[in-house]
Design a protein around this ligand. Structure first.
Ligand SMILES: [Zn+2]
Length: 432
């Protein structure tokens, strides 16, 4: 049976409407320092309130398809520019959460998704990953200790913990097609606006590139204009949506504390620390909170392709996805696939310079096809990198992805905020 959609709800008597309004408000008891907006029922249009049976074309590796997604109807098998065998399959939007949970315990989503077959085929035909991973870069020397070293001591666990708590307890989910997912985007827009303050060289925006493909969410960006090389762009980001296979739309239970309130919070902390004392970068910096990652890297794909279409010069991307579970043999893992080889070496050097002296350790990991948002930048032809916890939190994409199940603190995420600050300070440098 279809759940009533927003349009149906609007036709109901006033008493029912006000009850619905209550249900859409942030949950009582949560701390909301940035005052997220309460999403009006009228903003919440069909089909996202009910079961969304719109068609989605899913692209994944042949192995991934056979292991996890064989129930989706295979449309075509093709090879991409790097020779990898890919499967395009056809499903409906409401089945995506179940597909995502099929890869539970592994990096997910593990696929890209598109509204039409033509878009899926166009993506594969224009995928520039093969050249992007090998691209030779003019990476800077690691010489900005004067800025970076003091930053590392200014990271506050309590601030990261608060952001994780807000994002994972204010609403039942941050699903891309739920009013809560939209409220989460407003929360981040408010939080980042308060970090930006009155500075004229800092802009917080909803990135419009994704349109309705991102459901009721949009990517949220904060851009800090470079003082010397404004056309050279450094991107640091994380996805903020969440998912689980517990229903659709507003009723889904998906706290997503580790996946990925944790890295949304670390990126927010990086911005907080860097901008607290009026720091200005030589290169332009874009902080990004990506929408709709869990349904196939949809938000980051739109943003990366929009940058490419405009001919923008993105010189380096850092993606963080899952940062607060301290269950692995090393503190952090650097993804080796769908990332730029030279940028990975640079990141290893950064780690050795700034974090290893604090006793931290770095390992490597293979992420798989379409596993997180760095793959979108790589596919658009840009040099991208990705760090995450080195053992994935086993309860990702379940109702158990709550802060108390990763120890109740943000201690592990502090390390990722410090790494993000090292990346930021050394890639963007300090301007006058
Ligand atoms: Zn994630």
């Amino acid at each position: 049976m279809r759940r009533p959609t927003a349009r149906a709800l609007l036709a109901t008597p006033v008493a029912a409407l006000s009850l619905t309004g209550l249900a859409l408000s942030p949950m009582a008891g949560a701390s909301l320092p940035f005052g997220p907006e309460t999403v009006a029922v009228a903003d919440y249009t069909a089909p996202h309130g009910g079961v969304d049976e719109s068609t989605r074309y899913v692209v994944t590796s042949a192995a991934e398809h056979d292991d996890h997604f064989a129930a989706a109807a295979r449309v075509d098998t093709v090879r991409d520019a790097s020779g990898q065998e890919l499967v395009i399959s056809k499903t409906t939007a409401d089945r995506i959460p179940a597909m995502n949970s099929a890869v539970a315990g592994e990096r997910a989503p593990g696929f890209r998704s598109f509204a039409t077959l033509a878009e899926a085929e166009a993506f594969i035909a224009s995928d520039r990953s093969a050249e992007a991973v090998q691209q030779q870069l003019a990476l800077p020397a690691i010489d900005n200790q004067a800025t970076v070293s003091p930053w590392l001591e200014e990271v506050q666990e309590s601030r990261i913990r608060q952001t994780i708590t807000d994002l994972s307890t204010s609403w039942p989910n941050r699903y891309y097609a739920s009013s809560h997912g939209k409220a989460a985007s407003a929360y981040l827009h408010d939080a980042w606006s308060s970090i930006a303050g009155e500075r004229e060289d800092v802009t917080v925006a909803y990135d419009e590139s994704c349109g309705s493909d991102c459901g009721v969410q949009q990517n949220v960006t904060m851009t800090v204009q470079g003082t010397e090389n404004p056309d050279e762009i450094v991107v640091i980001g994380a996805h903020y949506d969440s998912i689980s296979d517990t229903g659709s739309g507003d009723s889904m239970q998906a706290p997503g504390a580790d996946d990925n309130a944790s890295a949304t919070a670390t990126v927010t902390e990086v911005a907080q620390v860097a901008l607290a004392n009026g720091w200005k970068p030589k290169r332009t910096v874009v902080f990004a909170a990506y929408a709709a990652e869990e349904v196939g890297l949809v938000g980051s794909d739109a943003m990366a392709r929009d940058h490419a279409a405009q001919g923008k010069n993105v010189v380096g991307v850092l993606n963080q996805d899952m940062t607060n579970y301290d269950g692995g043999s090393t503190d952090m893992a650097l993804m080796q696939d769908n990332t730029n080889t030279e940028l990975n070496s640079f990141n290893s050097e950064l780690f050795d310079t700034y974090l290893a002296p604090k006793g931290m350790t770095l390992g490597t990991m293979e992420c798989g096809y379409g596993c997180s948002d760095h793959a979108s930048w790589t596919a658009a032809g840009y040099p991208a990198s990705m760090v995450s916890e080195s053992e994935l939190f086993p309860q990702l994409h379940t109702t158990g992805d709550a802060l108390e199940n990763t120890g109740g603190t943000a201690d592990h995420s502090v390390k990722f905020a410090q790494f993000g600050l090292a990346f930021l300070g050394e890639m963007a440098k300090t301007g006058a």
